[in-house]
Write a protein that binds this ligand. Structure first.
Ligand code: FE2
Length: 296
């Protein structure tokens, strides 16, 4: 009953003010490959989403996931991930466990992320992901026929929130020609201390260095096109206040360092492509039961 009340409360939150990109912002995005939009959503709406996620975690039973298998990255752990495109699934931090498979701290502080169909299956995140402001933003960025393909709630837990190494999102969500765009929304303040995003301005003009594919035998493989490592000295930190939305071009190299601080760094991400581009079958992400849809 309590959970239902929270959900209804969240559905009634005053989400979200309309935002329209100015020409200079669009130019900046085209120049840098990312764009920071402060105060895209209200701070209280962030709190509302956070409260809702706390309720989802409360209802989550970790025994649904084999902790040993998650720990050891076995085939069934891989399958849990590979089947998550049309589900809401919970993924642990790799440092969340003792060697015997038991959790070091409570599940609330052990989860790495929830994914990957929150924008479809969860009423609160569906409302957020299809809000007028995101529709308008997507139109402004030049995506005429959007398909929402993936969503994640990322926790970046205090002390154990792991590093996400430098990558291009289109390596994992490949569209041809590339139309992949990521929306990264700070639900909490993101600072250098708690593991904010870093990006290399302008390097979205470079081709993909890698592609993560699903193989014929149901496994995955990383294909490397360019062995040259990213020059991390070119990275700039994207420290933002909660409520900020960062638009990420599918080819922009970005990363986040581990969070050794005492503060979490929650974020919600949503990825969009244009239906004019193809989304090859060898992408790891599949949504068999929920074909990709637009903002309707
Ligand atoms: Fe990313």
């Amino acid at each position: 009953m309590h959970r239902v009340l929270i959900v209804l409360l969240c559905l009634s939150c005053p989400i979200f003010s309309l935002s329209v990109l100015k020409d200079e912002q669009l130019q900046r995005f085209n120049q840098d490959g990312y764009l920071i939009l402060p105060q895209f959503i209200d701070a209280e709406d962030c709190d509302c989403l956070k409260t809702h996620v706390a309720e989802l975690l409360e209802a989550f039973d970790p025994s649904d996931v084999s902790i040993f298998e998650t720990l050891n990255q076995t085939q069934s752990a891989d399958q849990y991930f590979l089947d998550s495109g049309d589900k809401i699934r919970f993924f642990f931090e790799k440092d969340a466990f003792y060697p015997d498979g038991s959790l070091k701290q409570s599940k609330e502080f052990s989860i790495n992320k929830i994914g990957h169909a929150m924008h479809v299956l969860d009423p609160v995140f569906r409302q957020f992901s299809t809000s007028d402001s995101l529709v308008k933003l997507t139109e402004d960025i030049g995506i005429k026929n959007p398909l929402l393909i993936q969503s994640m709630y990322i926790f970046k837990q205090p002390r154990i929130g792991g590093e996400v190494t430098c990558h291009q999102d289109a390596s994992f969500l490949y569209s041809e020609p590339n139309t992949t765009i990521g929306y990264w929304i700070a639900i909490e303040d993101a600072t250098i201390e708690n593991g904010c995003l870093w990006a290399i301005p302008g390097e979205h003009h470079l081709p993909l260095k890698k592609r993560f594919v699903r193989t014929e035998d149901g496994k995955t493989r990383m294909i490397t096109f360019d062995e040259t490592p990213w020059d991390l000295s070119k990275m700039v930190p994207l420290e933002v206040k909660k409520g900020t939305l960062i638009i990420l071009h599918g080819h922009i190299p970005h990363m986040s360092y581990a969070n050794y601080s005492s503060k979490s760094r929650h974020a919600f991400t949503l990825h969009v492509i244009d239906s004019s581009s193809s989304f090859p079958r060898d992408n790891w992400l599949r949504s068999e039961e929920l074909p990709f849809k637009g903002f309707e």
